[in-house]
Design a protein around this ligand. Structure first.
Ligand SMILES: NC(=O)c1ccc[n+]([C@@H]2O[C@H](COP(=O)([O-])OP(=O)(O)OC[C@H]3O[C@@H](n4cnc5c(N)ncnc54)[C@H](OP(=O)(O)O)[C@@H]3O)[C@@H](O)[C@H]2O)c1
Length: 270
C-alpha cells in the first residue's frame, strides 16, 4: 500500500532538501491532496498547494524544512498551530529533539530525520530518531521515509548526526572526489568537459555496479586491481599512512564538530 501523509500536513520551508523529498514522494505515487507547503516566497511547488501564511486548520503533520538558524523566527508563530495530534518532523541539522520539544511543547511526537539529496530519485539514505517512539509507534513516518530509499532508525540521537555527516554531507564529498578525478585527468591533458564526463560516469557506474552485484568495497577494489598492476600502485597511495582514510576521518570529524556547535547554539537560544 502506498504510504500517506497524516493530513492536514504542512511542509514548512521547501528548498533544496524538502523539495528533493517532495520529488521522491511524487515518484513513489504519494497523494499530496492534504499537503500544504508554507514558504515566505510562495514559490509554487509542482502539484502541492503552496502558500505564504499558515492555513486555518489543525495540522496532523508538520515538517520543518528551513535552515536551523531560522528556528527562532519560525517557532513562535508555528508552535500555536502544533497541537496534541501533531507529529513534528525536523530535518534541521544539529537541532536536538530536546530543543524541538521545548519549541513545540504540545506536539504528539517530535521526530528528527536526516535525509540526503538522492531521496529525489528514491535512492536516499535517511536517518530517523525520535525520543517519542520507534518504527512501530511512528509507522506512518517510517513508511513515508522508507518510500524515499533506505532508512536507519537510530537508538541514540548522536547516531543521527554521524549518519548525517556521512550520508547527507557525503554527497558533497563524493562529488568532490569525482571532481578531483576530473582535475587529475585535465592535468594529464584531457579536455575539461571530457574529464568531467569520464569522472561522473565512473561515479554513476560504480554506484550501479555496487547496487547490482552487492559486492563489498574491498571486493570491488580487488576486481579492478591486478597484482603489481596500475590500480594497485594507485591504491597504495590512497592507502598510505596519512592517506585517504585519515583525510576522510578529519573531514567527518569537522562536520560532526560543526553539528555539535549548531546544537549548542540552538539550545542556548532557548
Ligand atoms: N541540503 C541538504 O543536503 C540537507 C541534508 C540534510 C538536512 N538538511 C537540512 O534541510 C534544511 C533545509 O536546507 P536546504 O538546503 O533545503 O535549504 P534551502 O534550499 O535554503 O531552503 C530553505 C527553505 O526554508 C524556507 N524558509 C526560509 N525562511 C522561512 C520561514 N520564516 N518560514 C518558513 N520557511 C522558510 C525557504 O523558503 P523560500 O524558498 O520561500 O525562501 C526555503 O524553502 C536545513 O535545516 C538543513 O539542515 C539539508
Amino acid at each position: 500500500m502506498t504510504p500517506a501523509f497524516p493530513a492536514p500536513a504542512w511542509l514548512v520551508g521547501c528548498g533544496n532538501m524538502a523539495g528533493a523529498m517532495v520529488a521522491g514522494w511524487r515518484l513513489a505515487g504519494i497523494d499530496f491532496s492534504g499537503v500544504t507547503v508554507i514558504r515566505p516566497s510562495g514559490k509554487p511547488v509542482d502539484g502541492v498547494t503552496t502558500v505564504t501564511d499558515y492555513p486555518e486548520e489543525q495540522p496532523q503533520f508538520v515538517m520543518l524544512g528551513f535552515k536551523p538558524q531560522k528556528l527562532d523566527e519560525v517557532a513562535p508563530e508555528l508552535a500555536p498551530h502544533v497541537g496534541a495530534q501533531c507529529i513534528v518532523v525536523s530535518m534541521l541539522a544539529g537541532v536536538s529533539a530536546e530543543t524541538l520539544r521545548e519549541r513545540f511543547p504540545e506536539a504528539r511526537s517530535v521526530v528528527r530525520v536526516m535525509p540526503n539529496l538522492p531521496v529525489a530519485q528514491g535512492q536516499g539514505m535517511t536517518a530517523i530518531y525520535s525520543p517519542d517512539g520507534g518504527r512501530e509507534q511512528l509507522a506512518d513516518i517510517d513508511q513515508l521515509m522508507a518510500s524515499l530509499g533506505a532508512i536507519s532508525w537510530c537508538e541514540k540521537e548522536e547516531e543521527l548526526g554521524v549518519i548525517g555527516a556521512i550520508a547527507s554531507a557525503g554527497i558533497a564529498y563524493v562529488a568532490r572526489f569525482a571532481a578531483a578525478l576530473a582535475k587529475s585527468g585535465e592535468a594529464l591533458g584531457m579536455q575539461p568537459g571530457t574529464a568531467e564526463q569520464v569522472a561522473v560516469q565512473t561515479l554513476v557506474g560504480t554506484a550501479a555496479y555496487v547496487a547490482d552485484t552487492g559486492a563489498s568495497m574491498s571486493e570491488i577494489a580487488k576486481r579492478v586491481a591486478s597484482p603489481k598492476g596500475t590500480t594497485e600502485q594507485g591504491l597504495a597511495v590512497l592507502d598510505a599512512e596519512e592517506g585517504l582514510q585519515q583525510l576522510v576521518d578529519r573531514t567527518i570529524q569537522a562536520a560532526v564538530q560543526r553539528s555539535r556547535e549548531l546544537a549548542d547554539e540552538a539550545a542556548r537560544r532557548n
